[in-house]
Ligand binder design. Structure first.
Ligand code: XMP
Ligand code: MG
Length: 184
């Protein structure tokens, strides 16, 4: 199936059923790894909102859930390369086991900044759980990436929380950029 968002055409890449299946497995892994701890899951808005919701339904251990917003990306199809700020980090993370929940790790610039900020807060441990990872695009070493839903090629994707020019976050499946539609 194809969708058009603004000037671009996207074709289906990952169906929601596949995402759900993979998310269930990530949940099982988290339940085992954090069994004796009470982790804080921190979703990075806006992109992670759907993944976070589905993932948390698979986590059955006591856990805290929170969200932050990082401003770095301006709704276009390229990252700006700079991270401006972290908004809403309102819990005391000292001594806590933190799991950052992300929609996608592309260059890794956003997350490496975020990890540095969380380290300053003296978290006991920091792990990253990302639905998508573009290994060919990574520019930062991120040893904290412990949970990955899918490794994907270096292509722009949209849907299931991910946007193009602010649109498409509500799509149930994930789509990848095909081409600009023809003029005719
Ligand atoms: P990096 O890892 O490059 O990624 O700092 C920062 C943020 O960029 C967004 N991003 C995307 N958003 N489709 C999107 O809709 C993509 O293919 C894509 N690649 C990166 C995303 O918000 C990520 O957190
Ligand atoms: Mg994001």
């Amino acid at each position: 199936m194809k969708v058009q968002i603004e000037d671009k055409e996207f074709s289906c890449f990952l169906e929601y059923e596949q995402i759900k299946k993979r998310t269930r497995l990530l949940g099982i892994q988290l339940n085992v790894d954090y069994e004796k701890r009470v982790p804080v899951f921190i979703g990075v808005l806006n992109g992670s909102f759907l993944f976070m919701a589905d993932l948390m339904k698979e986590v059955h251990i006591p856990a805290e859930i929170s969200f932050i917003k990082v401003s770095s990306y301006h709704g276009q199809d390229t990252t700006s390369g700079t991270v401006k700020s972290v908004i809403g980090l309102d819990i005391d993370l000292k001594g806590r086991d933190v799991v950052i929940v992300e929609d996608i790790v592309d260059t890794g610039i956003t997350l490496s900044y975020l990890v540095d900020v969380l380290k300053e807060k003296e978290a006991a441990s920091i792990a990253i759980c990302t639905l998508l990872l573009k290994p060919q695009s990574l520019q930062r070493e991120l040893e904290e990436i412990a949970y990955v839903g899918f490794e994907i090629p270096n292509e722009f994707v949209v849907g299931y929380g991910l946007d193009y020019k602010g649109l498409g976050r509500n799509l149930r499946d994930i789509y990848r950029f095909v081409s600009a539609p023809s003029e005719t």
